[in-house]
Design a protein around this ligand. Structure first.
Ligand code: IMP
Ligand code: MG
Length: 181
């Protein structure tokens, strides 16, 4: 797997340090919501590992919801139309919601889930992404918490995949160009 990377972009130690900082910033933001806590809505599958690390650094009361979005990428790195694969499995009405995704690229995925959440009248919705490609991110989809801004390159590892592979790489790396369409 490592041999399929052009290079490592963000090593595991930097990811871990940044995840702790994000958790601190999130905890400060929700300091006033101790009693009811917050609801994390995580977009599968790319955010699995990020979620697992983030919540263990986040000492606040929380419920977890999961949602699956398919964007028809398959064996390409081009964004397709995002579609919700299932209904929200957690009640977000009147709740403070923190939406978690692995990467903000064209914004199609987050826009879709954010609009779906809005139909259920949450008390607030904020967004946390591990990575963002600022050259592409649209103005109408903003994230309050961002781990790293990266160049517009295709990355894998730490949950992020290419055609469902490489999610278990502990570092984030740039996939060798000749390996994808
Ligand atoms: P968007 O809808 O274009 O913002 O794309 C977001 C989704 O596309 C993410 O949740 C990822 O699953 C996937 N994605 C976008 N860029 C990359 C990348 O560089 N590597 C792996 N997956 C990516
Ligand atoms: Mg994804």
């Amino acid at each position: 797997m490592r041999a399929d990377l052009e290079r490592i972009l963000i090593p595991r130690e930097r990811i871990a340090a940044r995840v702790r900082e994000l958790a601190q910033a999130i905890a400060r933001t929700y300091a006033g919501s101790e009693e009811d806590g917050i609801t994390l809505v995580t977009i599968l599958s790319g955010s699995l590992i990020f979620l697992a690390d983030l919540i263990r650094e986040l000492p606040i009361r929380m419920k977890l919801g999961l949602v699956t979005v398919s964007s028809y990428r398959g064996a390409t790195t081009q964004a397709g139309e995002a579609r919700l694969r299932d209904a929200l499995n957690v009640d977000v009405t009147g709740r403070h919601v923190l939406l978690i995704d692995d990467i903000l690229d064209t914004g199609g995925t987050l826009r879709l889930v954010r609009d779906e959440l809005a139909r259920h009248a949450p008390k607030s919705v904020r967004t946390c992404v591990l990575l963002r490609k600022p050259s592409k991110a649209p103005v109408d989809v903003q994230a309050e918490f961002v781990g790293f801004d990266i160049e517009d390159q295709f990355v894998v590892g730490y949950g992020l995949d290419y055609n469902d592979h490489y999610r278990n790489l502990p570092d984030i790396g740039i996939l060798r160009r000749e390996l994808y369409a």
